[in-house]
Design a protein around this ligand. Structure first.
Ligand SMILES: [Fe+2]
Length: 225
């Protein structure tokens, strides 16, 4: 076993069961942040940490991943840009009784707060970079398509602008159309990955989304001929 692999195994042995119990207790009915979201982000984090093979703090990484969305505000909530900071504070409250090392609380809060796109916090630590990339990989690829349109349903937004599906004659607006999210945020997310592994995986997934957008435009235009 490599050093990083054993760090991750130790972290899972220590923290996975209590973290999963916390998540199950706090889940709401948001399909984009169901239990599987946390499982996927943890898998992404393990993939990144394992591939990069740099020293990593397992306590901070696993707890930040599983608690990064513990405060989950709707995308149209006025305080959505503060949700990740609130998640960091809540994580400390939840982990203090579980004997999480108190000297790591600040680093944990940073790793959680910096994951959010809307918080606009630059990740400073290696763990924060992994958490941000691991979560942002949910914003590209097949899972991003599923999550985007699940959010459209929750927020009662249109899937696509039938008159201009790829926003060629207007400014893209993801508050109005699901597909517009692929035109606005996704290229920024794909280009802003912090780790080499995150960049490699995001590029592959982004290509899939490019093909999806081309196909949806083709189908929409066919229907409007
Ligand atoms: Fe997340």
């Amino acid at each position: 076993m490599t050093d990083v692999t054993s760090v991750l195994v130790l972290a899972e042995n220590r923290w996975l069961a209590p973290l999963q119990a916390i998540i199950r207790e706090h889940l709401d009915d948001d399909p984009s942040h169901d239990f599987s979201h946390f499982c996927r982000v943890w898998n992404n984090a393990k993939l990144i940490a394992g591939s990069e093979a740099k020293p990593v703090d397992g306590d901070i990484l696993i707890c930040a991943v599983w608690l990064h969305d513990i405060v989950n505000l709707p995308k149209d909530h006025p305080e959505v840009h503060l949700a990740s900071r609130y998640s960091g504070e809540k994580a400390v409250q939840l982990l203090a009784p579980l004997a999480f090392p108190p000297e790591k609380f600040e680093a944990l809060k940073h790793a959680i707060a910096a994951h959010s796109y809307s918080a606009k916090i630059t990740p400073q630590s290696y763990e924060a970079k992994i958490v941000q990339d691991a979560d942002r990989l949910e914003s590209v690829g097949a899972i991003a398509i599923a999550r985007t349109f699940a959010s459209c349903g929750t927020l009662r937004r249109a899937l696509v602008d039938v008159a201009d599906p790829l926003a060629e004659q207007r400014a893209p607006n993801n508050a109005l159309y699901g597909v517009d999210l692929f035109l606005t945020r996704m290229p920024i997310v794909a280009a802003g990955m912090q780790t080499l592994t995150g960049q490699r995986v995001a590029a592959e997934r982004f290509e899939f989304n490019r093909q999806f957008c081309a196909q949806i435009a083709k189908e929409v235009r066919g229907l409007t001929l």
